[in-house]
Design a protein around this ligand. Structure first.
Ligand SMILES: [Zn+2]
Length: 273
């Protein structure tokens, strides 16, 4: 736990955000005391991790199992050309440790599954989902609801993306409320088939970091009970209102813990947006 006063270096490092009334010294200490978990060190995870670590999040747990490939580099800006074939968690930790020694980078170099998701995510103040496949998104949704941890989920394709935040304690609409009970591999196209421009996950990853920061500081409005749909070709930012489904298997009135009972098929799909 970080209970000390801010050091002179920290006051200088974070001065441009400490000056904001929404942050201040107290908010900065809250950030330095907070623990965020991030699933996926792809393109979404790259911008999320850089900005959270730069902002002085105290602890960032990064979860991925993949190796860096050359086709990742146009969008996954945590990884450099010299990192090809390196384990993504190692590549990411090198950059993030170099960026800000205040942040403790905790590495989990493993594929998240229903067998380990509770273990991996417990103790987090906030969870950020940055994978590229529906089964992982559903698993994170169900695990966080079970553990009552707030989280944000984003997805990107081509020139557009979407993001929503769920606060289980406030019974806001969850990902399963909106996208149904599919856990098997999604029939829709992935980025490798349909393509994606790197800036889109860059923007959406920043929005995910912003959600974590706002939740920790308890400022502003979160993207709860709504989806923000971003289209960078048209420059449109549209909000779609969504509602909690009282029959939802994950968060409904009769909901049971799904993580141990459901089969999250397709979790061997690539895990990096
Ligand atoms: Zn739900």
């Amino acid at each position: 736990m970080y209970n000390m006063d801010l050091t002179e270096d920290q006051i200088e490092r974070y001065s441009r955000q400490i000056v904001l009334k929404e942050v201040g010294g107290i908010g900065q200490k809250k950030l330095l005391n907070s623990k965020v978990s991030l699933i996926g060190l792809g393109a979404l995870g790259s911008s999320t991790a850089y900005y959270l670590v730069a902002a002085g999040i105290g602890s960032l747990r990064i979860i991925d199992f993949d190796l860096v490939e050359i086709s990742n580099l146009h969008r996954q800006i945590l990884h450099f050309t010299k990192d090809i074939n390196k384990i993504k968690t190692k590549s990411a930790a090198e950059k993030l440790n170099a960026l800000n020694p205040d942040c403790n980078i905790e590495i989990i170099n493993d594929r998240i599954s229903s067998k380990n998701s509770k273990e991996f995510l417990k103790g987090s103040d906030f969870v950020i989902e940055g994978s590229d496949n529906l089964p992982t998104k559903m698993l994170i949704n169900d695990t966080c609801i079970s553990l009552k941890i707030p989280f944000t989920i984003a997805g990107v394709l081509r020139f557009h993306g979407q993001i929503m935040t769920v606060v289980p304690e406030n019974k806001t609409a969850c990902y399963r409320c909106v996208f149904g009970d599919r856990t098997e591999g999604d029939s829709s196209m992935s980025c490798s088939q349909a393509g994606v421009i790197g800036f889109v996950p860059g923007v959406l990853g920043c929005l995910e970091a912003n959600e974590a920061l706002k939740y920790i500081l308890n400022v502003g409005e979160l993207l709860t009970n709504k989806i923000l749909y971003v289209d960078l070709l048209r420059y449109s930012f549209d909000f779609i209102e969504v509602h909690r489904d009282t029959n939802c298997l994950a968060c409904g009135d009769q909901a049971k813990d799904l993580v141990e009972s459901l089969n999250y098929g397709g979790l061997d799909a690539c895990n990096d947006q």
